[in-house]
Design a binder for this molecule. Structure first.
Ligand SMILES: C[S@@+](CC[C@H](N)C(=O)[O-])C[C@H]1O[C@@H](n2cnc3c(N)ncnc32)[C@H](O)[C@@H]1O
Length: 536
């Protein structure tokens, strides 16, 4: 079979026992014919017709009706979900071997034409339902890409100078990773990271962007002509597009609140598996979620007070109290996004590592983090504070982008999960627990948090748990708290030194350097307000 196919492909001509045009009466049109492949496509000659049947590889559909009989249809237009065919012929082969060879040649020919069309650095898009559509609700992704399709939201990210400045520094300080290399920008947005990669000497950058922002990216890139010839913008999801070549390096900004919100890390990992050469680089390569218990009496009272409305027994003559409990729990199910004073942390932080170069996409569906802290002060613990950083593991310079409290503020701020039942601890007491994140199809996570304070003093050796408090939160529905960091030291019972970064407990042994921060002006307040909406 292989040999006869090879021979046929070199001299692609098939004598046909009979051909009949489906648009004519069968008895009048059936006659012997020839199928010929040439540079213009496939022509099926019909002895009784002067005009051959011309077939375009992109639109032809070939169906086998019996071992020697096939139907060849040419697609016309689409009406609704139905495809209409503009013309068709039935082909009778002389034997089943020739029939099989013809089918193989047509398949091969279609494949080659598709590959050639993708070769012009344009990329192609598959039309089948993608992995993205399988796991994400369409209403969520529609809103998500609508949001990112607007220039004001891209501007907001560009105006986060800590973020964009760190990317710029990380790329340009590591030119050796980019010079002469093929780069894929995963979720290119305005195209800014593609432009940075081109500035650093990339041979070619494929900027893949699913939202309407792809058009603006084209415009922005075209307006920078010295870089534009080395950048191709491809509109589509990284899960769907085909690229004409493999990438030596991926660049992306896929981080959401708590690192994982938006579930774009999964797209980054899919892009790695689809496009990156073995041992290719990823910018960033690693992310860490940092966590520490905090005390914040003001925040707790603020949230609890929101539900006071429902304690009215005479609201226009109506008793609202039956809904107080539900409203109270509802407010505590919202993680709080704001910039807080690191002195609110009551124990050294710990972190959980996500290695983008190694993690499997499915491992991001459920993230389970055991917690263990030693309280530095005696106080009420109101919950768990979280932030993240990512590492640009360049060959020349390693650089961290951090969103830690006390560091220059980014548009991600920090995140706090507040317990509706605070727990009490003494200095030196162990706090254990679990942070369990479960992905949902609205591009976010349900957060399950449990914190426990172990027995202290007499009886501790029995290891009994004194108090446990749990909460369930939706990362998709945060409470954006628009306050500035406040001086809490006097008002609240805690130590005065920040407890972050340098005292991390390493729960996974990783040889990672500590954050190095680009000092840039922090966000202006308008950008801050707008940026909070990034958590779509
Ligand atoms: C956080 S923005 C970053 C934009 C730009 N890279 C930057 O740094 O300014 C993420 C971008 O990725 C795009 N995006 C998210 N998921 C995607 C996917 N699966 N395929 C293609 N683009 C995606 C979004 O539309 C958005 O523009």
């Amino acid at each position: 079979m292989e040999e006869s196919l090879g021979q046929k492909w070199k001299q692609p001509e098939f004598a046909l026992a009979s051909v009949s045009d489906l648009s004519l009466a069968p008895s009048s049109s059936a006659s012997p014919g020839i199928a010929r492949f040439n540079s213009d496509g496939l022509q099926i000659h019909h002895q009784s017709h002067q005009i051959p049947f011309n077939v375009d590889p992109r639109t032809v559909q070939l169906f086998k009706v019996s071992p020697v009989l096939s139907v060849c249809l040419v697609e016309g237009s689409d009406v609704g979900k139905k495809t209409l065919y503009s013309r068709g012929v039935t082909i009778q082969f002389r034997n089943d071997e020739e029939s099989a060879a013809f089918h193989c040649v047509v398949q091969q020919w279609k494949k080659e034409v598709n590959a050639q069309e993708g070769n012009g650095r344009n990329g192609t898009i598959t039309t089948s339902k993608s992995k993205f559509d399988d796991k994400i609700e369409s209403s969520s992704s529609k809103m998500y890409f609508h949001y990112y399709g607007q220039l004001l939201h891209q501007q907001n990210m560009l105006q986060d100078y800590v973020r964009t400045g760190t990317y710029h520094a990380a790329v340009l300080e590591n030119r050796t990773d980019f010079i002469g290399r093929v780069v894929v920008d995963v979720g290119a947005g305005s195209g800014i990271l593609s432009l940075f990669a081109a500035q650093a000497g990339a041979k070619h950058v494929y900027a893949v962007e699913a939202s309407e922002m792809a058009e603006y990216a084209r415009k922005l890139i075209a307006g920078n002509p010295t870089l534009a010839q080395r950048i191709t913008v491809i509109k589509g999801k990284v899960e769907d597009v085909e690229l004409p070549e493999k990438a030596d390096i991926l660049i992306s900004e896929p981080m959401g609140t708590l690192l994982v919100n938006e579930r774009m890390l999964e797209s980054y990992v899919i892009a790695r598996d689809r496009f990156l050469v073995p041992a290719g680089k990823m910018f960033p390569a690693v992310g860490r979620i940092h966590m520490a218990p905090f005390t914040d009496e003001y925040l707790f009272i603020e949230i609890a007070n929101k539900a006071l409305f429902w304690q009215q027994q005479n609201y226009y003559g109506v008793d609202l109290t039956p809904l107080h409990g539900t409203a109270f729990q509802g407010y505590f199910s919202q993680p709080v996004v704001d910039a807080f004073d690191p002195r609110l942390l009551i124990a050294p932080s710990m972190f959980h590592v996500i290695d983008f170069t190694k993690i499997k996409e499915e491992e991001l569906y459920e993230i389970d983090i055991p917690l263990r802290f030693i309280a530095s002060v005696g106080t009420r613990v109101h919950g768990l504070a979280c932030w993240f950083d990512v590492l640009f593991d360049g060959s020349t310079v390693q650089r961290w982008l951090t969103t830690a409290p006390g560091s220059p503020t980014t548009h991600w701020y920090q995140l706090r999960c507040v317990l509706s039942q605070p727990i009490y601890v003494m200095a030196g007491q162990e706090i254990t627990g679990r942070l369990h994140l479960i992905a949902h199809n609205a591009q976010s996570y349900t957060i399950y948090l449990t914190l426990s304070a172990k027995m202290w003093g007499p009886g501790a050796e029995q290891g009994g748990i004194l108090q446990t408090s749990s909460c369930k939160l939706d990362l998709k529905e945060p409470y954006y708290r628009m306050s500035q960091p406040q001086a809490y030291a006097l008002a609240q019972d805690q130590q005065s030194q920040p407890l972050i970064q340098t005292q991390d407990i390493h729960i996974q042994s990783q040889d990672l350097d500590e954050p190095e921060i680009v000092q840039q002006p922090s966000l202006n307040s308008c950008a801050q307000i707008d940026s909070l909406m990034r958590n779509v």
